[in-house]
Design a protein around this ligand. Sequence first.
Ligand code: GLY
Length: 373
Amino acid sequence: MNDTLWTNEIAKKIKSKMEKVAVRSRGILPYTTENGRFDDWTEKNICWWTNGFWGGMMWQLYHATGLSFYKEIAIENEEKLDKNLMIFQGIDHDNGFKWLPTAVAHYRTDKNETSKNRGLLAAEFLAGRFNPAGSYIRAWNDSGDGNTAGWAIIDCMMNLPLLYWASKEINDPRFAHIARAHADTATEYFVREDGSVNHIVEFNPQTGEFVKTYGGQGYAKGSTWSRGQSWALYGFTLSYLHTKEERYLETAKKVADYYVSHIPENGLIPVDFCQPADCTLEDSTSAAIAACGLLELEKLCDNTLKETYHTAAMKLLHALAEHRFNTDENIDFMIDKCTGAFHDEKHEFSIIYGDYYFMEAIFKLTGEELFIW
Ligand code: GLY
């Protein structure tokens, strides 16, 4: 079967399954599933960083099918997040993940002014986390790890598009300056010589000096957490798309080359590219995010490189679709074997952004995607 027929068939399965899942899941805000049914983070933690992906799925499905209930559910998700905008401690660098797939996607769809306001507030909060000493956006707020004012993480590359969007929207370059400054810091301190990336880098928040790196959600200090590699791959590609600065494209390629050269024969991605050889832990989210990044990156490349990135993206998607895609319409999740962090107790379960990015990648291929980043 050729690529087009195959992707159309997978898109059809996604749409058929999600129509049932979305209708029976109205009113909830899922992160994972228990016994095949979505859980609900509305009351559990409205500030959780993944709380925009359900809305994002609904906007993608609305865009692809025109069915109005998807839009209604997406708006429910967006409105619930207003509570988060009032909780200072619950706002961190993940504002892009929360408000780009919800409020900003809504605004992109029908120019809703209330949604634009939400997106701009979220961008303003994100910009407020920039530390000029060190030139980085602070990642998390303090919790169990002591003072984390100096911590920046690679995931933040995916939050920068909220800043690029805000600058364009209100014709004020402040936000984009901050995004570029952070992207430049990430290039210097996160991306290693071989194209692999660190998850966490600590700076001295007073002087801006580099302090150290941490293994974070990966296997160990100095290892390569595969989802972090995917965030970098897609994130630098997006920074290029928004700024047209050649240096971000070069970094995206360097990071992508590392990823592509580490895809195992079976196309299923380990939690960490440096995990011990006898460890079989997987993270399907990394594969889905990387596929999205590679499909965008290939559009910016010529000939051999274009083909390399396309082939790699298709390999990842085929592996997910054939081995990790649950098409049973009575089960709420689509993608299985997702992992939050290498050292978590629980591994290989369903996580909402695994479903989101798998859908986004397939809709990129069928031309049904609403571009939200
Ligand atoms: N952004 C957090 C994660 O990827 O787990």
